[in-house]
Design a binder for this molecule. Structure first.
Ligand SMILES: Cc1ncc(COP(=O)(O)O)c(CN[C@H](C(=O)O)[C@H](C)O)c1O
Length: 336
């Protein structure tokens, strides 16, 4: 693959900026297992305040923040109501069953938006069935195309959770993209949820890490589950320093990613590919292409990297290390 490749496989591929590397090298650190890393503590307080929650915990990945949230909210044998195609099921390797002993109950989510009434009907209380333990939403929804759940729908689902006495979790790996698309703050997107997982390592551009925010009581349990998973880190301030810069600089760059994604999607349609433009709302574009892997391999030979996520589905993800010149080069490959 040519060295000047254009990497649209994911927004996880960004590399730390020189400023991040300097901050990482100069970070004031301590042993975070003893709660003594000042930079980790600053990151956790910053995210808790930013999201309007009592506390927050820094973890190596979004998979871990999600699975720790599921573990802290549920007990064995319960069900987790989530949208079809949710990452907590599709791409977290069965951990909800393997680690927490719970199973998913899917609700339809056209364009990534579950119907609050269908969520209500999915709640299980009968003595004949596994009871519901948690409702988990994903905003933006990756597999549906990086689609956005509007604020009123999230609040309506929180009302269902309250009526049913259930916790509500947000897989907010790309909640900053949702906030940018909705034109609201991170705090407004986080407001309806008891717990929120925010990835620093996606569009925000940090090299590593995700933060779980929630109530102090929940986070005491989360802390234990994190250590059970081996997520207790030591001088992790080296990573948290980059996370703080990602939080500072990342959100303002996301709209440009969304504009470039739209342009790529429209070019794909002009070139005759099958793209649902209604689902192109943020930085992700899915195209239905039979023989996806062959197509992705052919594009890779020309220096354009995309992901074949299913046999006939190719995903492109824009991020802040793709500029207009690189996008134009990518579009030339797609038009060929
Ligand atoms: C909605 C959502 N929630 C959680 C995660 C997990 O984050 P990490 O464990 O990769 O840090 C991801 C990662 N998504 C990755 C990607 O999109 O390239 C892959 C598919 O796992 C995600 O998209």
């Amino acid at each position: 693959v040519p060295s000047n490749r254009i990497d649209l496989r994911s927004d996880t591929v960004t590399v730390p900026t020189p400023e991040m590397r300097l901050a990482m090298a100069e970070a004031v650190v301590g042993d975070d297992v003893y709660g003594e890393d000042p930079t980790v503590n600053t990151l956790q307080q910053t995210v808790a305040e930013l999201l309007g929650k009592e506390a927050a915990l820094f973890m190596p990945s979004g998979s871990m923040t999600n699975q720790v949230a599921i573990a802290m909210h549920t007990s064995r044998g319960q069900e987790v109501i989530c949208a079809e195609g949710s990452h907590i099921y599709e791409w977290e390797l069965g951990m909800m069953a393997a680690f927490s002993g719970v199973v998913p109950r899917f609700v339809p989510a056209p364009l990534g938006i579950p119907d609050p009434q269908q969520v209500r009907r999915a709640v299980r209380r009968s003595i004949h069935q596994s009871p519901t333990g948690l409702i988990s939403l994903e905003n933006t929804h990756n597999k549906m195309g990086g689609t956005v759940i509007p604020l009123d729908v999230m609040h309506a689902i929180r009302a269902v959770a309250d009526e049913e006495g259930l916790p509500l979790h947000l897989d907010g790996a790309r909640m900053a993209n949702a906030a940018a698309a909705l034109g609201v703050s991170l705090k407004e997107v986080a407001a309806p949820f008891h717990s929120v997982s925010l990835c620093l390592s996606k569009g925000l551009g940090a090299p590593v890490g995700s933060v779980l925010a929630g109530s102090k009581a929940d986070l005491v349990r989360a802390h234990r589950y994190r250590k059970m998973l081996g997520g207790g880190m030591r001088q992790a301030g080296v990573l948290a320093a980059a996370g703080l810069l990602a939080l500072r600089d990342g959100p303002a760059r996301l709209k440009a990613d969304h504009v470039r994604a739209r342009r790529l999607a429209e070019t794909l349609v002009e070139a005759g590919y099958d793209v649902n433009l209604d689902a192109v709302q943020t930085n992700i574009v899915y195209a239905t292409i039979p023989g996806a892997q062959q197509k992705v391999s052919a594009w890779a030979e020309q220096g354009l990297l995309a992901s074949a996520l299913d046999v006939d589905s190719v995903r492109f993800v824009l991020h802040y290390q793709i500029d207009d010149e690189m996008l134009e080069r990518a579009l030339r490959v797609l038009r060929a």
